[in-house]
Write a protein that binds this ligand. Structure first.
Ligand code: HEM
Length: 148
């Protein structure tokens, strides 16, 4: 094999590898938010850990210690699945009615988001996926925060 044809083969191989790598990157970028959270199983595991962390956090424990934790977790799985573009629908009262009987300040809301971020970090959810989800949840503060 001449040097020229060897170089040509090497160039073709490099092109092919670059293209394949490009396809892989494109596929990763196209993964839906739901997929990046590990679909339903990933969300169930995330909400299990999130609830443990809420109960362990002295700011959040008073809110969650006496609620039906299994029910709240199941509802959150459906809600986040829906918000993230997955095949679920939250079947329950709207956010305003759910949180009506609980006094919630902006600081409480921020504390809950902080705990959620810790749970997402612990599961290795990509930072961009975390931000996308938080961007979709953040506007809900208007219905949830009910104490100035
Ligand atoms: C974006 C933020 C939040 C979302 C998406 C969210 C979502 C939910 C969902 C889906 C439920 C279950 C509703 C049902 O029973 O059908 C729930 C219940 C509850 N949430 Fe939130 N929530 C948020 C913020 C907060 C905050 C900041 C607090 C208090 C610090 C809070 C306290 C509670 C409590 C105590 C319940 C149980 C209510 C009950 O069973 O009586 N939530 N939430």
């Amino acid at each position: 094999m001449s040097i020229t044809s060897l170089l040509r083969s090497a160039a073709i191989a490099t092109c092919l590898l670059t293209t394949l790598a490009g396809v892989r990157v494109a596929q990763a970028a196209d993964a839906t938010l739901y997929q990046q959270f590990g679909e339903r199983a990933g969300l169930v595991a995330l909400m299990d850990d999130f609830m443990q962390r809420l109960l362990a956090d002295p700011r959040m424990n008073p809110f969650f210690k006496d609620v039906d934790q299994a029910h709240v977790k199941a509802q959150l799985v459906d809600q986040i699945c829906e918000v993230a573009g997955g095949p679920c629908r939250l079947d329950g009262p709207d956010m305003k009615s759910v949180h009506n009987g609980v006094d919630i300040t902006r600081a409480d809301f921020n504390a809950l988001v902080e705990v959620l971020q810790q749970a997402m970090d612990a599961r290795g959810i990509p930072f961009s996926a975390q931000n996308q989800l938080l961007g979709k949840l953040a506007p809900m503060h208007r219905d949830i925060v009910n104490v100035p």
